[in-house]
Structures are given as structure tokens and as C-alpha cells.
Design a protein around this ligand. Structure first.
Ligand code: SF4
Length: 170
């Protein structure tokens, strides 16, 4: 069974979906791309498009996210610039919902906002998604315990990745 200390940040869950090499590198060299950069970007978009949402909350130093309360319901809001990594965004949000349920006894729903596309995606932690998240957390643990990063696999996202030179430079 997973303990709270064995859990990871939302960024690590997103990177697991994007690329195991990136997950490994990020987890071993946390200074290359920091979580705070992503939070800063979210905050910037939030100011212009979602100024009524409550500000960032940081839970157990692992989850940094905006939320609003509607009556008894907690709704987490994540603001993303582009839909290119939509699947990673979805699993990052599912992880937040899982974390809140598992360790804070809080049932929540997620909303991912893409202001530039005027799109909103609702995320619900259905039982099969919860199982998937548990499996993902086990796999993240396995990947980051490897002594060296998994072999890089080139994909369209690589051009925008901070580790491009590391993976494919001369
Ligand atoms: S450059 Fe590509 S293969 Fe290397 S870490 Fe980034 S996404 Fe992964």
C-alpha cells in the first residue's frame, strides 16, 4: 500500500504520461524545470481570465492548485495554456483528486480550463481511473528508481522539452 511520503508531485504524474525519460530526469535533477514555473504560468492566465477563483493552495508540499467551493463541493481548477498535452493534464488532475480522497478524505471534482481555446474539461475520479492512478504511481516509483534514465524515444513534443539537448544533442 502507498504511504503519503511515497507519493509524488502532480508534475511527475504529468511527465509519466508525456515521457518516462523526462520523468526520470526531472525527478533526479529537479532544478532544470521547476514546478514553480508552471504555477507562475497558471497564475498569469488566472489573473486575466479567472480572477474570481480562489488563489493557489499548496497541499503537503505536493499539490499546488486553485480551487473553489460550491456549497459542500470542492472543485479544483487547473488552467492550461495549450491542449497539446491534454492527456497529461487529465491524469495530473486525476492524481490531485485521488490524493485529496485518499489522504484528506475530501471528494472533489476537477475542471481543466483552456482559456485560449475557450474549452473546459471536467475530470471525475471514477473507480477505473482510481485504479489507473494507483498503477501509475507504482510505475513512477519503478522508473525513478532506475539507476539511469530510460532510453529517449523521439516524439513531436521533444522539440519543446527542456531536456532535448541532453537526449539528442551531439
Ligand atoms: S527530449 Fe523527448 S525523449 Fe528527451 S526527455 Fe524530453 S520528451 Fe523525453
Amino acid at each position: 500500500m502507498l504511504s503519503k511520503t511515497a507519493l509524488f508531485t502532480g508534475t511527475q504524474v504529468a511527465y509519466f504520461v508525456v515521457c518516462p525519460t523526462k520523468l526520470w530526469l526531472f525527478s533526479h535533477f529537479l532544478t532544470r524545470e521547476s514546478e514553480s514555473d508552471l504555477v507562475a504560468l497558471g497564475a498569469l492566465l488566472q489573473e486575466s481570465a479567472y480572477s474570481r477563483a480562489e488563489k493557489d493552495i499548496l497541499i503537503d508540499q505536493k499539490i499546488s492548485i486553485d480551487f473553489i467551493r460550491k456549497g459542500e463541493k470542492i472543485i479544483l481548477h487547473e488552467i492550461k495554456k495549450s491542449q497539446k498535452l491534454e492527456k497529461a493534464h487529465e491524469y495530473q488532475m486525476l492524481y490531485y483528486l485521488y490524493y485529496l480522497k485518499r489522504f484528506k478524505d475530501v471528494e472533489a471534482e476537477g475542471i481543466i480550463n483552456y482559456p485560449t481555446k475557450r474549452k473546459v474539461k471536467k475530470v471525475v475520479l471514477a473507480p477505473e481511473k482510481e485504479k489507473e492512478i494507483k498503477k501509475i504511481l507504482e510505475n513512477i516509483r519503478k522508473i525513478i528508481s532506475l539507476p539511469s534514465p530510460p532510453k529517449p524515444q523521439k516524439k513531436s513534443y521533444c522539440k519543446r522539452c527542456a531536456y532535448f539537448e541532453f537526449c539528442f544533442g551531439d
